[in-house]
Design a protein around this ligand. Structure first.
Ligand code: HEM
Length: 417
């Protein structure tokens, strides 16, 4: 059974199914937490017409760590799959970060081999070496921000830093960066279940253009390797050309928009909580903890999905083989059983790091330490450079469900007097 979920979900949303409301309701992507709390109120694991769903921290973690819940739904299971996923199969040659052989969408043993090959280049040492470069790029971007007439924190800073870092990891020249920004922008909605046909077509056009680019780019790096992680991965010769393209497109898909959202959410939260910002100014060693609290409070990735590979008993419910289950990461991060007063933003909370914003288990985020580093460097440098930085207009949310962030944050850098 294959169907486009949007119309179906709209009917469910009208019937007040809280999961459908989260996916397609009027506050879709803007204010997810009331619907998440309604789901939590219905139980630890909730059966909805579209999928099983949970906002329970322990259950989310269990699902992500239990390999009976698989990332790649076997083709022989006749699963209800969102229309875009089905349609993307009409062009199976296109590298799609949310289709195999993307490591995010495969299971052991292929996942183990693929992930090890990438992790061998993406080492803590290699990431640590990027520290100075991230500081340098941040300073440069803040200089450029200072020169803007009407600065927008997303467009002029939060988007630019992760884009620059990922393009350096991939060995992409600076002049190709705008193209990458376009792929990130058009591709992000692919993670949502209820996207429109127009958005889907734009995303597929982006994937097609990224596909052509990455294929030629990998051959360029094979012929003339540079000092970057993708060149190393190509030279190691452990992944096929298609796997290399898939890894590069996943790094763009998973590592770019998410970090933009961390920086954007961090700015909004700290601007709205001057007491917390004052604590950071008094003691800058608190920045890493603050980044974890930002990640907990407003997770840039709000949900993921798995398929039950067999019948599985979970919190007294039987999840049948082939059923889709959605761990609501943003909900797990606000589980009152784990985080006291979860709706309060508090950088001094002792267990913020227990958030699931980077997932858990074998698919846990490969770029977590890079993202934490970028978030801390960017936000600290931003508030240090512009002590009077504040919002100057309405923040505009991106109306996406899976990836949570802002489209636009108009700011004033200094008092106008
Ligand atoms: C996986 C979140 C930044 C690369 C994941 C997953 C989450 C996540 C939740 C697991 C998804 C699942 O289990 O279904 C984030 C957040 C980020 C971030 C919130 C920033 C704040 C990055 C960066 C990179 C990256 C900077 C690399 C440059 C990856 C990769 C995977 C992944 C390769 C797939 C791992 C696997 O399947 O084995 N990320 N991520 N991420 N992330 Fe990130």
């Amino acid at each position: 059974m294959h169907y486009g979920p949007r119309a179906f979900l709209s009917i469910q949303a009208k019937r007040r199914d809280p999961f459908a409301q989260l996916l397609v309701g009027p506050r879709r992507g803007i204010e997810p937490y009331p619907a998440i709390e309604r789901i939590r109120g219905r139980g630890r694991v909730v059966h909805t017409p579209f999928a099983w769903v949970t906002a329970d921290h322990e259950i989310c973690r269990t699902i992500l760590r239990d390999n009976r819940f698989i990332a790649s739904p076997p083709e022989e299971l006749d699963l209800p799959r969102p229309l875009p996923w089905v349609l993307s199969k009409t062009d199976p040659k296109i590298t799609n970060p949310v289709e195999p052989p993307s490591m995010l969408m495969i299971d052991p043993p292929e996942h183990t081999r693929h992930r090890h090959a990438v992790a061998r280049t993406f080492t803590p040492r290699a990431i640590g070496q990027l520290h100075g470069r991230v500081e340098q790029l941040t300073d440069q971007l803040l200089d450029e921000l200072a020169a803007k007439q009407r600065p927008d924190l997303i467009r002029d800073f939060a988007l630019q830093l992760p884009a620059a870092v990922i393009s350096e990891i991939l060995g992409m020249p600076e002049e190709h960066r705008p193209q990458m920004l376009e792929w990130g922008e058009s591709g992000a909605p692919l993670l949502d279940l209820g996207l429109s046909w127009r958005t889907f077509q734009r995303a597929m056009a982006g994937l097609r253009s990224a596909d052509d680019y990455l294929s030629a780019h990998i051959e360029r790096l094979r012929a003339a390797p540079g000092d970057n992680l993708l060149s190393e991965l190509v030279a190691n010769d452990e992944l096929s050309k298609r796997e290399l393209m898939s890894t590069a497109s996943l790094l763009i898909g998973a590592g770019f928009e998410t970090t933009v959202n961390l920086i954007g959410a961090g700015f909004v939260l700290l601007a709205a909580h001057p007491d917390q910002l004052a604590m950071l100014r008094a003691d800058p060693t608190r920045w890493p903890a603050a980044v974890d609290e930002i990640l907990r409070f407003d997770s840039p990735v709000q949900m993921t999905a798995r398929t039950a590979g067999c019948d599985i008993e979970l919190a007294g419910k039987r999840i049948p083989e082939g059923a889709m289950i959605v761990p609501l990461i943003g909900g797990a991060n606000r589980d009152p059983g784990v985080f006291a007063d979860p709706d309060i933003f508090d950088i001094s909370r002792s267990n913020a790091k227990e958030h699931l914003s980077f997932g858990s288990g074998i698919h846990s985020c490969l770029g977590a330490s890079l993202a934490r580093m970028e978030g801390a460097i960017a936000l600290q440098a931003l508030f240090d450079r512009f002590p009077d930085l504040r919002l100057d207009g309405q923040p505009k949310r991106r109306a996406l469900v899976t990836l949570r962030g802002y489209d636009s944050l108009p700011v004033t850098l200094a008092p106008s007097d």
